[in-house]
Design a protein around this ligand. Sequence first.
Ligand code: IMP
Ligand code: MG
Length: 444
Amino acid sequence: MTSRYRVEYALKSHRRDEFIEWIKGLLATPFVLHADDQHADAQLVAEDCQQRYYQIFRDVEMLVDQTIFLDELNELDSKKAISRLRRLVPSLGRFFTPLPLADAFLLEDERRAISKRRLVSPSFNDVRMILNTAQIMALTSLYKEKPSARLKLITFDGDVTIYDDGKSLDEHSDVVKRLVKLLSLGLYVGVVTAAGYPRQSGAEKYYERLKGLIDHLNGENCTLKTYQKENLFVMGAESNYLFRYNNEMKGLKYIDGEEWFLPEVRNWNISKINYIMDTLYKHLVYLRSNFNLEDTTTIIKKERSVGIIPNPGCRILREQLEEMVLSCSSKLNTILKYSENFADSTEALCLDDIKVCAFNGGSDVWVDIGDKALGVESLQKYICHDETLDVCPISKAESLHIGDQFASLGANDFKARLSACTVWIASPKETVAILDDLIDFIEG
Ligand code: IMP
Ligand code: MG
């Protein structure tokens, strides 16, 4: 349904992805100028349109290649040569692999009949799917040219990615079969979720969320080898709590931060963290009162996160969630830059080494210490603490994160883009579909 609200919502700049919008704009030209089937054979028009879309994706593909080349050059030498694509789309992130966009377009065109449409132009979702498919193709096929490189670690967001929002995995879930298959192919699998449950309750709580998968690993019918089962990790609260499947325990084992915290995280000052948490807690209290949500919501304060959630049977309006997350982000920006109020005056102006992320979880809003960039990078490094493993090191180009939250503000998977290749899905069904492609391409 296209309500006026939905249209306006999509126009909010932080909810738009500039790269996808830019590609959509390029595709609109052939759609408008060369799609007249009133006076020509519909089949010929579709073929012509496909050829033109294909050419656009070939051209973008080359701009991506040039961007990768210049970014790598800039890393070696500080001359800042900015690629043409970066000038055209200033908010562009890093590409860790080339993207075979033209081939991905042909595959998605077969599935979605994009070039056969005469009334609906190539959409945001068409382009998102093409980018996803191109990323999967790159991770599985382009490496044939570079045999030493391959996909080694695949991480998943929890809610909306492997299970529906607030739900958990049951043994018959389609996702479970795919996750088991990935483990059997020798891949490391991680769930990198905002859901934060610390040491004491974590193993049990994450078991509840991942029950179907863990029960399968413990079951008699599981054909995975012992070491493959132990290639399953859970990173909770973005980058704060790490658990690993353990064969003897037949469940998740907590791994102490001392063993895996990245050096920069190890040095974070606890009183600074408390200051950030206290400030954001007060800010949520203020927002809650401002919106008269005292009777319908609860504010939760944990060691490393604060959040506002609806009470049972209540909901927080989408506009209010959005307002609160933007307000928390802006508050964070202010305190991370100017923190005169911070008690320890010698460190008063340097809170910005601590990573914090604020996001709208769909029915709640959270501010977490840490982010998924750190969560994914910590896993890459922790797996390789045993340097003798032939899988090591794991580079960003050998790591994939799949998630649903990739808007530039108020979303938490977005940060994973700094540490890995990414795929942007909108439901667990889409996760299953992209994993089927991935598994097909690996085996094909
Ligand atoms: P994700 O999609 O797996 O990253 O999980 C996000 C959801 O986890 C949020 O929308 C919350 O409902 C839930 N959650 C539970 N505890 C926390 C927490 O400590 N921080 C952030 N989200 C949490
Ligand atoms: Mg999610």
